[in-house]
Write a protein that binds this ligand. Sequence first.
Ligand SMILES: *[C@@H]1O[C@H](CO)[C@@H](O)[C@H](O)[C@H]1NC(C)=O
Ligand SMILES: *[C@@H]1O[C@H](CO)[C@@H](O)[C@H](O)[C@H]1NC(C)=O
Length: 486
Amino acid sequence: MARCRVPVARWAQVCLLLLRVDAAGKHGNAEFQKVELPHHSFSAPLEFSNLLGDWMLSGSSIFLRERLLLHPHVNERQGFAWNKRPLQTNDFQLTATFVANGAKDVSQAPSDQSFAFWFVRQNISGDFNETRMIRAASWKQGLEEEGYMLSGSKALFEGIGAVFSTSDVAKKPNTAVSFVSNDNHQSLSYFVDVPTSNAKILDFRNKEVEFKFRVQPTLVQAFLTLDGQTHECFSVDRAGFPVKVGGFIGFTAWSGSAGDGSMISDAISVTKVEVINFDDEAIGEDVVGATAEETSAYSELMSSNARHFADQKSQTEHLSRVTKMLASHLKETKPAYDVMSFQVSGMMDALNKLDRDCRVLTKEMRILENEKISNRRQAKRPKNNLDELKSHVFGLRRILEKEGQVHLSKIDAVQKNLNEVKEQASKVGGSTMLGKLVDQTRLLEQSVLASTSQTTWMLLILLVVIVVLGVLMFNRMQYYEKKHFI
Ligand SMILES: *[C@@H]1O[C@H](CO)[C@@H](O)[C@H](O)[C@H]1NC(C)=O
Ligand SMILES: *[C@@H]1O[C@H](CO)[C@@H](O)[C@H](O)[C@H]1NC(C)=O
């Protein structure tokens, strides 16, 4: 999709030219046109694959989906986001929405923390050498060696900026907005040149704030809108030192030192940036992908020569030039358009397939459901698979709960028994138990003894009876012998 940005940007320019012709035709001297510069602006949702072509990030800055995070709540971090293309205008307005989130009381934020919006003549993204920061003992030391300690940006520069700091000129905790400018002759240093004595004190922390930086050749102004009210931060007359065309815009930050460890840095996020060109004789930013010839053609069309048309003939001439440009634009964009339409038709195919698949799935589900319904007539069953599954899960849960309860009550019973035994054991002391045992043993002995003596008596009686019977038998035998042999 990045490919289609080129024709779109050019298309915007061509539209602008047409608008100019229209306006010029109506009012003679055209009123200015506000034109947003797409390569210097962004808003959520951010497409970082495109944005990283326009912006260079370093330090702890990162493009997220909904914002540019300059730095998180971490001490000694640099925020660095610089645009790679110069603004081809010195009459513009930068509107940035930002949030500086941190401790409620500004005295709990590091005193040397600050962030800034810049418009600088040097190409800072090309000047900053990240490799040196990585190779240095610490990122901070690298910044110091390279002269980047002015709110995370270059201290020696030609340009202007607005610095938001958490302390004022007296180094007291405060929220101040300072105007800074340099002519590339001396390095500015933090706490000497910034914050400035005439810095505007405005509580810009812990809320969404809209910052407007209006730059005109001889006047630089800044406004801050917070809590629904707009305040002027500064208004600087630059008649003696006019702002030049061709500066780079950038956002930088230094999250401040930890102090004794209790200072937690604010997190700085930029949620929206809009750069508007007010100079209707300048293109504002380079047209990406245009040849030198095309660029000069654009510039000529935009120049003041094309502003006033002496007669209808010159107006016609201008129009025919625009028409020619449009024709060549259409010819050039045809291949890109073809590619795009091919891609779109591919996407349509994929969508149709998805649609078909969805239908099939729906039908399948419906068939399954119907089957279940017919089954239900025979046996009492839930009406579809999902319900069945649900009831199974419920059943399982119920079983688990019930089993669990039974186990619990069993354990309770065992516990109770154990307790009873323990109680009885402690109630019936060991000695009495032994006494009982001895008594019972004695009883057993006695009964055994008694039964033994009874048996002895019986034996004696038997013996006597046998002896008596024996004597009687002997007498009888003797009687019979006498009778036979005598
Ligand atoms: C600025 O520097 C960046 C990064 O080195 C580079 O890509 C870009 O082309 C430079 N811009 C100009 C106008 O020289
Ligand atoms: C950045 O610094 C390193 C180390 O000093 C050097 O080798 C490299 O060439 C530099 N890169 C640029 C683009 O200047």
